[in-house]
Each structure stands twice: as C-alpha cells, then as structure tokens.
Design a binder for this molecule. Sequence first.
Ligand code: ZN
Ligand code: ZN
Length: 181
Amino acid sequence: MRKKIYLLKLGKIDHQLMEFLEENLKEIYPFDFVSEELRIELDNAFNPIRKQYLSTPIILRLKREKTKDSYMCLGILDVDIYADGLNFIFGEADSINSIAIISLKRLEEGFYGKKENSALLRIRALKEAVHEIGHLFGLRHCKNPLCVMFFSNSLDDTDRKLHNFCNSCKTTLEEILKNEL
Ligand code: ZN
Ligand code: ZN
C-alpha cells in the first residue's frame, strides 16, 4: 500500500484549488494524496493584538488529529499565520512530527487590495505546498532563487521561483525517497 499524505482543509478552501494541489503534488512526490476537511477550533492560536494565528499551536493541534495511516499531513489554512520573530509566514514544517501548514491568506491578490486571481493563487499554493512537504522529507532551503526550496521572504520570491526542484535538490530528494518507499 502506498503511503498517504493528507491535505487537510482548515477553513473555507476552494474545491478546485484542492484538486489542483492533489493532482500536481502526486506528480512531484510518489505518494497518495488524500484531501479531507477538518473542522477544528483554532482560537488558542489567535493573537488578538496581531490579528494573526501563531503557527506552533496549530501544528500541535494537527498532531492530535494525525491518524495511523497518515504518513504526512499538510494543513491548508485561510487565516493569516506567523511565527515568533517573524511578521508573517507563508507556511511552516515540523519534520519531527511530519506535519506542515500553509496559509493562503497572503497568497491571495485580494490581501494586497488587488482583484482576486484564482489561477495565480493555485500556483502559489502549489509552490508553498511543495516547499513545506520538501522540508518534511528533510530538504533544507536552497540558494537558487528559481528552486521551490528557496525561502520566500515575500510574494515576489514565491512568484519568481518554480514549483519544482533545482537539480541539486532533486538529487537529494531522490536519495531520500529511495529509503522512504
Ligand atoms: Zn522553508
Ligand atoms: Zn534547490
């Protein structure tokens, strides 16, 4: 049986976006991707002063939801998230527990007062998803600005990079996958 990576919808996430992620992620990672909706309270992660959600309690909460057949989990959020010391984050990965999250909030054109663009949102979400799952497999940040493992400090960084790996990261991932499959 192929190992399963769960894509957990936390909030109002577009159905087409989820399908797009599933289809493209399985091309990149040789695993079964399963989408599921998860209704959980994230109140304890909310910071009312910043009006943002702290990533750590969200990841800890997902740890409680992780099922036995779940090899990895990627939570997809529609709220703004941050980590200590950072104004915001696009996503975070906890490779020890094999749980990662991404937020669509700052990937949406509407966040910047622009007209929404669902095609652009889908590709941005895919890049962030590939990136965080890459971390779950043990990949580190890459210096190549076109590589998906490049650290996105801004949306420009996300838009510049591609949704796949540079040759160096690709080789590293293939080595890792040899032991995982
Ligand atoms: Zn990263
Ligand atoms: Zn790379």
